[in-house]
Ligand binder design. Sequence first.
Ligand SMILES: [Zn+2]
Length: 576
Amino acid sequence: MKLRRLSALAFLSCLLVTAPLSAQDMGPYDVLITGGHVIDGTGNPWFTADVGIRGGKIVAVGKLTGATAARTIDARGKVVTPGFIDIHSHASQGLQSEDARRRAAPNVVTQGVTTVVINPDGGGPISMSEQRATLERLGIGLNAIQLVPHNSVRREVLGEDFQRRATPAEIARMRALVHQGMEEGAYGLSAGLEYVPGIWSDTDELVALTEEIVPYDGLFHVHERAGGLEPMWFRPSVDDPEDVGANRTTMLDFVNELIEVGERTGAKVHFTHMKVRGAPFWGSGGAANSLINRARARGVRITGDQYPYTTSGSDGSVTLLPEWALGEERWGGGADNATPDYREALRRTLSDPSKAAGLRRDIEHEIAYRGGAENIVVFDHPDRSFIGKSVAELAAARGQTPTEFAITLQLEGFPDRAGGARARSFSFNEEDIEVIAAQPWAATASDGGIALPEDGPTTHARYYGTFPRKIRRYAMDRGVLSVESAVRAGTSLPAQILGLRNRGLVQEGFSADVVVMDLTRIRDMATFENPHQFAQGIEYVLVNGKFVVDGEGHVTGSLVGAVISRKDGLVPPSVR
Ligand SMILES: [Zn+2]
C-alpha cells in the first residue's frame, strides 16, 4: 500500500514536470515578440525565444511558431529584457501631477523603466493609502512601489523641535506611523540621514523603527549620513566635527551603522545611491564594498544601489559659498518671499574680518569636497564667456585663487542666485563607480524623477539616461560587468531586494513588464548642457502588457501603471 502510494506520487510528479511542455500556451496572445535574444534578468546569457503576452502577463517563452497574436513585434536582431525597476526614484511628484504628460513619465519609460520605488531619502507623505489613492485616481504610466518616509514621520512627531534625539514616547509614536504605513502596503522604510530632520536621529531610533518593518520583511532603504569625509552640509567655520548627528561622520562610518541596524534587527538594509563623494575620500569604494561583503558573509542582509554618473543631484546646484555668508537660514527656514540680494549679503560678510576668514575657510573646504576647482563647471552666468569652463580655468585666467574667484562669481553674477552662477561639480571618480558596479548586490537606480523639456537646463542627465548608460558605458564600453549582469542589476536584483514577486524576469507567469532594445544602438543621450534627450535604442516598452513606448521615442501616454502593494499584490489598473 505504502509502496503503491509512493509510485503513484512518482508518476504524478512526472506529470507535473512534463505538463508545461505539452501544454505550451500557443495563443492567441495580445502581444507576441518573436525571434529576439532574451536576456531574462537572471544574469544568464541570452537565449533565442519568442515571448507571448496575454492579460498583462507573460504566458509563454519559447519557440512559438504558428502562434497568433493581436500584435506581433519582430525582434530579430534585438534584445528582449524585463522592464527596469528603479529602486530610488523621485517620480512621485510628477506622478501626482495634474498634467497627464508628466504622469506618463516619458523620460523614465524611454529608458525601459516600468516600475519606480517612490518616497526615497526619507521624503514623501506619511499616509501610504492617501498617496496610493491619488495615484490610482489620476492614473500613472508605470508601476509604483511605496516606502514609508522617515524624515516625514520624524517631522510629524517632533515638529519644529527636531535638532535632538527623540524621546521614548516619540519613538513609540514614530513606530506606530511606520507600522501603519507597512499595513497600508509599503515595501519598506526610507531614510535620509544627511537631511533635516534625519540628521539628528541616532542608531537606536533607526533600530526601533526598523523593527517595525521586520514582520513584513520590509526593506530599510537609506540615504547616507555622509557620502565622503563629512556630510554634505558640514561647514568647518561653524560645525564641530565631533558634534554632527550621531557622531558618525564619514561614509564608511555610515556603512558600519547600517550594518549595525541590519545586525540588531535582522532586517534587510540597503545603502541607496552608494557613492564616494569628495577627493579626500576617493578610492574608498573598495573599502565600503569590503565592509558590506564581510557583513554579508556573516549573514547581514545588506545590499546597495548606484547611479552611473560622477556628479550628484546636489552637485548640480553647487554654490561654494556657505549659506550663512549669504544671510540664508541653515535648516530650511527663512521663507520670506522678497527677492534676495546675495551680492549685498556677501559684501556685508566680507566687511567683517572674522566672518570673511570663516567664509574663505568654508569655500576652500567646499572646493576640496567637490574634488577640486577643476571639477566645478559653470553652466550659467551673466558673463557668457564663463559658460562651460571650470572654476580652476576661470580663476587662473583672472589671476585669482579659486576661493577668491568663487567670491567674484557672486559679486559679478546673478544677484538673486546663491553663488551668482549655475555651476555643477563632478565630485565622484570613475574608479569608485566601477568597483561598486561590479558587486553582485549593487542594483542600478536613477535617483531621478519625471522631467519635461520645459523644466529647463538644471535637470540631471540621470533623469533620462541611467539604465541605458549602465549598459552602454559600464558593460559594453568599459567591461566592468557583462551586459547580462547590467540587465540583472536593474531587474531581478531590485525585485529580490524588495521582495517583489512576479516581476523582474522574462518568465512565464511574470507580469508583462518587457523591453525590446537594440543593443547595437543603446546609448544615453542626455548631457549636462542638453539634458532633455531620450535615450537611444529602446524600441518598445510594455507595462503590465500594454505599450508605453511603441517605437523608439514614441511615448504612447497610456496610463497603464499600477501601485504595487506589498499587502495586496498587483492592483489592476482601471480601464482608462
Ligand atoms: Zn538621496
